[in-house]
Design a protein around this ligand. Structure first.
Ligand SMILES: *Cc1c(COP(=O)(O)O)cnc(C)c1O
Length: 757
């Protein structure tokens, strides 16, 4: 907001009695809630009186925070350095100010009303039209007498289109809102029975609503309102067949609203092709129906805001589309319904395939808590007790989490498989908690995908897999001396890379009375890490020939340059083949041979031999463009605040604002693996697909981002890694490789596994 009104000008606009005044003080913006005060300079505080609270109780607090201009309806005592403007009603005064402000601009304004779908309509219109216009729109669902006024105050010279939501709950409210919004265009979503208790009948409700459009040039709406519009002489633009057909291409149950938005976009000259292309990215707006993960593998659809037939139908349509869960239940709050109303709703529910309907009793929570693997729709009025029950049933939300997309992992695995012969075995590396994705869960998931072997770095990782009942063979890369007994007990298979280690293991096997225990020989071909050397071979064969305790299941080596130096790859494989041949000649058994890792499979499938060992490509990293990123890292905004020019951010004041800015604080820092090197503009995150850069230094548990160009608030989801920021991007910014990024995400970040349906 930038009102630029001198105090006496403001008093005049508000038609206020001046009790005291500080002349020359400029008001740029208004506030009604002291909790929202960030910068008190140039603020006017409106002491609103509502049924539940009285703003006059907070004027002292506002003063203490630095506010110096007050609009009040009861005299208060404040020091002389303040301005006190007395009005009859602070809300009306604020609306007058909004009216004054709105009148200064001649931009087209679309006003949206109806008893449902207003926020969705507003957001979708914004989405469709934002490339053509600089749009000012209501923040969130600001559609009340107060919300509309605050929304209008956001208009400035740069805007070329306004889109505002308008809601009413009592007769005669619309006249006031119509006057202050002064819409040039209208958008009518339709009429349900929500909020209708204050109206004597539906007709009154409808005629009150459409008063909003009495001066509008055109009103966009569904064609079922044709006759009403004709009667009331409104200039309706009704949804065409073309808009309806286009809307069907989007994946949404709210077709009526979407087709009206498309019709509006046509009106503004957008081409069908352009709209169709955009529909693919149509934002999902949870509006009132919230989708929440519940305990016991349930999905909770919370629609406890209004109870009427049309919103019930919309919610039921959405429920039956939830294919992921086996059962579908509806919980209906019938406590305030008449028998006839209840009958009516049940008849509607009957039309959909629902497994069971529950009503509210004192045992509701207990009954619902016992449900499993189900999608549950909660339907009730805005004061319904169900809302609390939904809260209790909701799985506790993580602030920060790493999402592992198992569908994408399967797809990536299939890409790798497509490069290999059917008979080639696949070993999946699960070391370092499956590259940071979380070990045991991944192993269970992969066991279902017919992986032949698992590989781990240390024995205890293998033990954890066995304890969770993984049966696939497990190769342990670093079989340490102390862990050799565990290897036997838990049926793990060690990589053997030195005489010392081999002898120790044989001794352990002898003590345990074991024979023919599978081992995997690791040989040195150019990496110069662990492994037998060429000159060890003779002695090694002699040793193995006399020890029946072990049997060589495979021989392997590891590429040093799978993603860079082809010549060296050829050299290593040549050396490997020579060594392997010597060993094969000297051994009774016929061990498998393997040398390729993920990138090796992608580039050199000709060296696949008997088995390949894959890791990182499953998560979408590698030279094949079809691989898809399977990890996403998210957090939620802890706080949003305004700073002004000259303010600094964070430790060491490494960032100093040169203009007014909005910043957000997010609860992720270097101890989560979000490294300090990403600070001061190096890294960035995404909010609503909008890039926001990191400002200041990264702290241990949090960091700050610039959100000046994006509408966001506390609790909004922030992408640190995912569709917009690949692991490779992050690796470049961190000056490292994807492996280190992935395994560096701290254990305290919970891993959440998802499957696309
Ligand atoms: C980690 C590892 C792999 C897998 O490497 P990616 O590049 O992730 O496919 C293969 N073999 C050995 C010995 C490893 O340590």
């Amino acid at each position: 907001m930038k009102l630029e009104l001198e105090n006496s000008e403001l008093a005049a606009i508000l038609n206020a009695e001046i009790l005291q005044i500080r002349k020359g003080y400029i008001i740029n913006s208004v506030i009604c809630d002291t909790r929202a005060i960030i910068n008190p300079l140039n603020l006017a505080f409106f002491a609103l009186v509502t049924d539940s609270d009285d703003g006059h109780n907070y004027v002292k607090e506002a003063y203490a925070l630095g506010v110096r201009t007050f609009i009040i309806s009861t005299p208060v005592n404040l020091p002389e350095d303040t301005s006190l403007f007395l009005v009859k009603d602070c809300l009306v005064a604020l609306q007058n100010l909004a009216f004054f402000h709105r009148s200064k601009f001649s931009l087209p304004v679309i006003a949206i009303t109806g008893s449902y779908g207003k926020t969705i309509a507003k957001e979708w219109l914004y989405f469709l039209l934002k490339d053509e216009f600089k749009i000012v729109r209501s923040p969130k669902s600001y559609n009340s007498q107060l919300g509309v006024a605050l929304s209008l105050l956001e208009i400035n010279e740069s805007h070329t289109l306004g889109i505002f939501e308008v809601g009413i709950s009592k007769p005669n409210e619309m006249d006031i809102l119509e006057r202050i919004v002064d819409p040039t265009l209208g958008f009518f979503t339709g009429l349900g029975k929500a909020h209708s208790t204050n109206f004597s009948n539906e007709k009154q409700h409808l005629s009150e609503k459409i008063k909003l459009f009495k001066h509008s040039n055109f009103v966009f709406t569904n064609d079922k309102f044709r006759s009403v519009f004709r009667r009331t002489k409104l200039n309706g633009v009704f949804v065409s067949k073309q808009s309806k057909e286009l809307a069907k291409k989007a994946n949404t149950p709210f077709l009526e609203t979407l087709s009206t938005c498309i019709e509006t976009a046509f009106f503004f000259g957008l081409e069908p092709n352009f709209i169709e292309a955009k529909l693919e990215y149509l934002p999902f707006i949870s509006s009132r129906l919230e989708v929440i993960a519940g305990s016991n593998n349930t999905v909770l659809l919370n629609d406890t805001y209004s109870l009427d037939e049309s919103s019930l139908r919309m919610a039921l349509t959405f429920l039956v589309q939830q294919k992921e869960k086996e059962k579908k239940y509806v919980v209906l709050d019938d406590t305030e319904l008449s028998e006839a109303q209840k009958e009516g709703f049940l008849t509607v529910i009957d039309e959909y395939e629902i497994d069971e309907v529950f009503f509210v009793t004192k045992d509701t929570y207990k009954v619902l808590h016992a449900l499993e693997n189900a999608s549950i729709l909660f339907k009730g009025n805005y004061n319904s007790a169900l809302r609390e029950i939904v809260n209790q049933l909701a799985e506790k939300k993580h602030q920060t989490w790493l999402e592992v997309n198992q569908t994408k992992i399967t797809e990536n695995l299939n890409i790798l498989k497509s490069k290999l012969n059917r008979s080639t075995k696949i070993l999946v590396m699960l070391k370092a908690s499956s590259y940071g994705s979380g070990d045991v869960k991944m192993a269970h998931f992969l066991e279902q995908r017919n992986v032949d072997y698992f590989g781990v770095a240390y024995a205890d990782e293998g033990v954890a897999l066995r304890e969770s009942e993984i049966e696939t063979p497990i190769l342990v890369m670093n079989a340490e001396k102390d862990a050799l007994q565990d290897i036997i007990t838990f049926n793990l298979e060690p990589a053997i890379y030195s005489f010392n280690q081999l002898e120790t293991f044989i001794n352990v096997l002898i003590r345990a009375g074991k024979k023919n225990f599978p081992i995997h020989l690791k040989v040195e071909t150019g990496m110069n890490r662990l492994g037998f050397l060429r000159e060890d071979l003779e002695e090694l064969m002699a040793k193995l020939a006399t020890q029946p305790e072990v049997y060589v299941k495979s021989i392997f080596s590891h590429l040093a340059t799978a993603n860079s130096d082809e010549v060296f790859v050829a050299k290593q494989t040549k050396v490997f083949n020579e060594i392997a041949n010597d060993l094969l000649n000297g051994l009774d058994e016929k061990p498998w041979l393997h040398i390729l890792n993920s990138e090796g499979v992608l580039r050199y499938p000709r060296y696949q031999m008997d088995m390949v060992r894959i890791g990182i490509a499953m998560y979408g990293i590698g030279s094949d463009n079809n691989l898809k990123g399977a990890l996403s890292w998210f957090t939620r905004i802890s706080q949003v605040k305004k700073i002004k020019s000259g303010d600094s951010v964070g430790y060491g004041r490494t960032f100093v604002a040169t203009k007014k800015m909005h910043i957000a604080i997010i609860p992720v820092g270097y101890s989560d693996g979000y490294r300090r090197i990403l600070g001061n503009g190096v890294g960035s995150v995404f909010i609503n697909n909008h890039k926001c850069s990191i400002i200041g230094s990264i702290c241990m548990d949090m960091c700050m981002i610039d959100v000046s160009d994006v509408v966001c608030s506390e609790g909004d989801v922030v992408e640190l890694l995912g569709p917009n920021i690949t692991i490779e991007d992050l690796a470049i910014q961190m000056q490292t490789i994807p492996y280190e990024v992935m395994t560096g995400i701290s254990k305290r970040v919970p891993r959440v596994y998802i499957e696309e349906t």
